[in-house]
Write a protein that binds this ligand. Structure first.
Ligand code: B12
Ligand code: SF4
Length: 463
C-alpha cells in the first residue's frame, strides 16, 4: 500500500521564495505534522512525504498511490484542494487533516474524500485501516491526543534541503489570544510529552539546528516551568549537541535558573510575541499576560540575551487602536526592547478565532472569496478593513516599520553589539538578511495585492 503525505505550497509565502533570496532557505522548516503521521503509520504502508515548499513535483511521473493525505494551514488550503482534485480525478482517495480542515470542515468535506479534524494520534490508524478496506468515512475526529501517544516523528523520511529539523514537546495554550487558533485547536490545557520521548526523538534528528515548534515552550504556571527545567536538564545531560530555537511568552525572562538550563540544553534563540507596543493593544487582543507584574520589556530582553540567547520579537499591525505612525512606533519599541530581529504581521482573522467571529459579524473581512482568497492569509498581506488605516495606509506602515528596524545603521549597531558580546553574530546576521532582502519582494507583492483588491472592489460596485 503506497501512501503520499503532502504539504502544499503557497507561492505567496516567503518560505518558498528561496530562489529569489537565498537567505529564505533558512526559513524552510520540515512539516512536522506529516512526519508525526508517518510515525503513526503501520509498516505495511510505503510512505513518501512530499513537501511542495521545496518544489512542486511532477505527480504524473510518480507511481500511483493508494491513498493521499494532505495537511494545510489556512494559507495552503487553496493549493491543497488543487492537489486533492488531481488525485481524485485519478480515483485515488484523498484525506485532509490539520488546522484548516478542522476550522473549515464544510468547505473541506466538499473537496476531499475524508476529513480528519483535531489531532491525529488517536484516529489515524483507524483511517488507514478503513482506507485499506475501501470504506473511508467522510469524517473522523481525533480530538485532543494523549501526549504519551505522540509517536517519534519519522525524521528519516525527509532529507536534505532543510536548515532546521523540528520537534514538539508540548501542545495547547491557556491564553486564548483573540487572533490565534491554538487554544481552539489544541485546547486550553497545557499538555506535555514525557521527557524521555523528547530526548529520544531529539537523538533521531539529523540537523544540527532544530525548531521546537511548541507555541509556548515553558508554559505559564509554576508546574510548567518546573517541567521545562527538568526537560532542559535532561537534554543537557544527554549531550545532544543541538542548537535549537523556540517560541515562548515573555515570562521566559523571569527565572535565571530556567534561562541558564535552556542555554545549557542548546537554546540559541527565542521567538517572543510582544504583539503591540501599547498596553491598550494588548488588552484589545486579550494578551493581558504580557502586562502582568508591571513588566519592563527592555530588562526582560536583556536578561535573556545575557544567556547568549537571541531574541526575535513579533508584533501585529492593524489593531483597532493602531493609527497612522504605528509602523514607526513598533520599530522604535522593538529597538528599545533590544530584540535582535523583528517580525511584524498584519492582523489577520483566521477561521476559528475570536477575531474571525468579531470581524465577520462587523462585515470587515475584505478578501472573502473562499477558498481562492485563503492564499492571502499568510499574515503578510492585509485582508480586512482596519479601523484607522486604509489599504494603502497599512501597507505604508508595514514598510516604514521594516525599513526603520532593518535600516543599515540599525543593523550595523546590532551586529557590532553582538560581535562585541560574542552573541551568535552570524546567526543573527543571517536572519536579518533574510528579513531585509524580503522587503523589496514584499513591495512587489503588495502592488499585486492592491491591483487584485481594486479589481475586486470595482467588480463588486459594477454588479
Ligand atoms: C511550526 C509552525 C510553523 C512553521 C511551519 C513548518 C512546517 N513546514 O510545518 C512556519 C514557521 C514555517 C510556519 C509558518 C506559518 N504559520 Co505556522 N505554525 C507553526 C506551529 C507553531 C506548529 C505547527 C506544528 O508543526 N505542529 C506540530 C504538529 C504535530 O501538529 P499539527 O500540525 O497540528 O498536526 C497534527 C494535526 O493537525 C493533525 N494533522 C495535521 N495535518 C494532517 C493531515 C492529515 C491527512 C491528517 C489525517 C491529520 C493531520 O495531525 C497532527 C498530529 O496530531 C503552529 C501552531 C500549532 N500549535 O500548530 C503554527 C500555525 C500552524 N501557523 C500559523 C500561521 C498563521 C502561519 C503562517 C500563515 C503565518 C506566519 N507567518 O506564521 C505561515 C504559513 C506559511 C505557509 N506555508 O503558508 C497558524 C495557522 C492558523 C491557520 N488557520 O492556518 C498556527 C496554528 C499558529 C497560530 N497562531 O494560530 N508555521
Ligand atoms: S498567541 Fe501565543 S500566547 Fe496567545 S493563544 Fe496563541 S499560542 Fe497562546
Amino acid at each position: 500500500m503506497r501512501l503520499y503525505l503532502i504539504n502544499p505550497s503557497n507561492s505567496l509565502a516567503s518560505i518558498v521564495k528561496f530562489k529569489q533570496s537565498r537567505w529564505n532557505r533558512y526559513r524552510v522548516w520540515k512539516p512536522l505534522s506529516l512526519m508525526v503521521l508517518a510515525g503513526l503509520t503501520p509498516a505495511e504502508w510505503e510512505i513518501s512525504i512530499v513537501d511542495e515548499n521545496l518544489g512542486v513535483p511532477d505527480y504524473r511521473a510518480m507511481p500511483r498511490p493508494d491513498l493521499v493525505g494532505i495537511t494545510a494551514f489556512t494559507s495552503q488550503a487553496n493549493r491543497a484542494y488543487e492537489v486533492a482534485s488531481y488525485f481524485r480525478r485519478l480515483g485515488v482517495p484523498v484525506v485532509m487533516g490539520g488546522i484548516h480542515a478542522t476550522m473549515c470542515l464544510d468547505e473541506a468535506i466538499e473537496r476531499v474524500d475524508s476529513v480528519v479534524t483535531g489531532e491525529a494520534e488517536g484516529i489515524w490508524p483507524q483511517v488507514l485501516e478503513d482506507a485499506r478496506h475501501g470504506s473511508l468515512k467522510i469524517r473522523y475526529d481525533g480530538g485532543l491526543a494523549e501526549m504519551n501517544d505522540v509517536p517519534l516523528a519519522r525524521h528519516d523520511l525527509l532529507n536534505g534541503g532543510y536548515a532546521l529539523g523540528a520537534i514538539q514537546t508540548t501542545r495547547g495554550c491557556p491564553l486564548n489570544c483573540s487572533f490565534c487558533s491554538v487554544t481552539t485547536f489544541n485546547g486550553a490545557k497545557y499538555r506535555q510529552r514525557p521527557i524521555p520521548d523528547v530526548v529520544r526523538e531529539f537523538r533521531t534528528i539529523r540537523e544540527k539546528r532544530v525548531l521546537v515548534v511548541d507555541d509556548n515552550l515553558i508554559g505559564t504556571r509554576p508546574e510548567h516551568i518546573a517541567r521545562a527545567k527538568d526537560m532542559f536538564l535532561a537534554m543537557a545531560q544527554a549531550n545532544l549537541r543541538k542548537e535549537w530555537i523556540a517560541q515562548a511568552t515573555i515570562n521566559f525572562a523571569d527565572d535565571e535558573e530556567l534561562l541558564a538550563l535552556a542555554a545549557k540544553a542548546g537554546c540559541s534563540g527565542v521567538f517572543i510575541g510582544f504583539e503591540s507596543p501599547a498596553p491598550e493593544g494588548l488588552l484589545e487582543i486579550g494578551k493581558k499576560f504580557n502586562l502582568l507584574k508591571g513588566r519592563d520589556f527592555r530588562a526582560s530582553v536583556r536578561r535573556i540575551r545575557r544567556h547568549n540567547i537571541l531574541v526575535a520579537g513579533s508584533f501585529i499591525i492593524g489593531l483597532d487602536i493602531d493609527e497612522p505612525g504605528i509602523g514607526k512606533r513598533i520599530a522604535e519599541a522593538a529597538s528599545r526592547y533590544g530584540v535582535d530581529n523583528l517580525n511584524v504581521l498584519f492582523l489577520t482573522p483566521l477561521p476559528g478565532t475570536r477575531l474571525w467571529d468579531q470581524m465577520t459579524s462587523q462585515g470587515r473581512i475584505a478578501l472573502d472569496t473562499f477558498p481562492e482568497d485563503w492564499k492571502y492569509y499568510t499574515l503578510t498581506f492585509p485582508v480586512a478593513q482596519y479601523k484607522h488605516l486604509s489599504l494603502d495606509g497599512i501597507i505604508q506602515e508595514m514598510m516604514s516599520c521594516n525599513r526603520n528596524f532593518y535600516s543599515s545603521p540599525r543593523i550595523a549597531r546590532r551586529l557590532c553589539s553582538n560581535l562585541w558580546q560574542r552573541r551568535k553574530p552570524l546567526l543573527s546576521l543571517v536572519v536579518t538578511l533574510s528579513y531585509k532582502n524580503n522587503i523589496p519582494m514584499d513591495c512587489r507583492a503588495y502592488a499585486d495585492l492592491k491591483h487584485y483588491w481594486d479589481n475586486r472592489h470595482n467588480c463588486v460596485k459594477e454588479s
